[in-house]
Structure formats: structure tokens, C-alpha cells
Design a protein around this ligand. Structure first.
Ligand SMILES: Cc1cc2nc3c(=O)[nH]c(=O)nc-3n(C[C@H](O)[C@H](O)[C@H](O)COP(=O)(O)O)c2cc1C
Length: 181
């Protein structure tokens, strides 16, 4: 096994506009506190970041370019102490609860589970009604379906997985992990 100098936090973004800005604010805040973060983007996340025009300060960014999700190899070397998937689309949550790992982010979830790396997920579909940010800062009402809410509930039963439903909970769950290091 290759030696890992210092474990980092793996943060995966999916193609969600909901709380994207707030998640990037947390990432940038953690970076300013010298937390080492690698960023993983689903294909949709890469597009959504451009659409919303949001920026982040992460140096190491992995895009979803390979069929086998090559970057997940780093989980086998113990490169990460924590995984955060936030915000998480209903699409990615559905795949994760079905055990599907067919892209970079769903592979990260599968491998973090198999390698027993604690994982924190902010699923977009937390409530039957949510106010969500569309591109150009328009706010829209979104009504997650029963299947979306059921999938979020199922995710809470997964081992080594903490599902949070707002930004204070996300911040608290990350800080709880960081103090353990
Ligand atoms: C502007 C825009 C905003 C979106 N916001 C959300 C969202 O908040 N939640 C969600 O579940 N899907 C959202 N989507 C749809 C996802 O991007 C789409 O389902 C995509 O296939 C998800 O891929 P991924 O789960 O691999 O990232 C949005 C799409 C667009 C174009």
C-alpha cells in the first residue's frame, strides 16, 4: 500500500442548485482554516457550477471522466478521513440507496462505505416542500416526490453514513469529524 502523508477530506458535488452556494461557502471556510480538501464533481455538477457562476478555492479537483471512476483508487490507500457529499441530487441519492455505483460520485459513496470512511450526506430532498435557488439567483418552490423522501429516509439506515438536512447540521457533522483527527 502506498503511504499517505496526510489524510484529506473528500468533498463530492452533484448537479444540484439547491444549497450549492452554501456548500461552497463551507468548503471555502474550511480551506481558510487549513483543512485539506479534494473536490470531486459529477458531470452534472461541473455543468451546474458553470451555470450558477459560482467559484471555489479548491486546488485538487477531480472530474468524472472515466468509466471505472479511477480517482476512487485513493480510497484504497487511506487518502481520506471523511467524505462529504453535498449537495446531493435526488438522482444520486436514488442510485446510492440502490447500491448503484456507475459514476464518480456514486463510486465514492460505495468505496467510502466499503473502506469504512465516515460519510456525511446532505440530500436535497429533505422535506415535502423546499425553496430552492435556480440560476441567476431566482428562488423557486420544489416539491420532492414520495420516492425522493423515501430514498433520503433509506439512506439514513446505511452504515457509517450521517444524513443531514440543513447547513448547520452539515457544519456540525463536519466539525465533529475534524475534532476526531
Ligand atoms: C439549473 C439546474 C438545477 C438543478 N438543481 C437540482 C436540485 O437542486 N436537486 C436535484 O435533485 N436535481 C437538480 N437538477 C437536476 C440534476 O442536475 C440532474 O438530475 C442530473 O442528472 C444529476 O446528476 P448527478 O446526480 O450525477 O449529479 C438541476 C438541474 C439544473 C439544470
Amino acid at each position: 500500500m502506498k503511504p499517505v502523508e496526510k489524510q484529506r477530506l473528500a468533498w463530492a458535488l452533484t448537479g444540484s442548485g439547491h444549497y450549492l452556494r452554501e456548500c461552497l461557502d463551507i468548503i471555502n471556510q474550511l480551506l481558510s482554516e487549513q483543512v485539506d480538501i479534494d473536490l470531486f464533481l459529477s458531470k452534472a455538477a461541473a455543468e451546474i457550477l458553470q451555470q450558477y457562476g459560482y467559484k471555489h478555492n479548491v486546488g485538487r479537483v477531480y472530474q468524472d471522466k472515466t468509466a471505472s471512476a479511477v480517482p476512487v483508487e485513493m480510497f484504497y490507500y487511506g487518502a481520506y478521513h471523511t467524505v462529504v457529499i453535498a449537495p446531493t441530487t435526488s438522482n444520486t441519492v436514488a442510485k446510492m440507496v440502490c447500491g448503484i455505483s456507475d459514476n464518480l460520485v456514486t463510486n465514492i459513496f460505495a468505496q467510502s462505505g466499503k473502506c469504512r470512511v465516515p460519510t456525511i450526506v446532505f440530500a436535497c430532498d429533505t422535506d415535502p416542500e423546499v425553496e430552492s435557488e435556480a440560476p441567476r439567483e431566482n428562488m423557486v418552490m420544489v416539491y420532492p416526490r414520495r420516492i425522493d423522501l423515501e430514498n433520503t429516509a433509506k439512506l439514513k439506515t446505511f452504515e457509517a453514513t450521517t444524513v443531514v438536512s440543513d447547513m448547520p447540521q452539515l457544519n456540525a457533522a463536519i466539525q465533529a469529524q475534524l475534532v476526531k483527527l
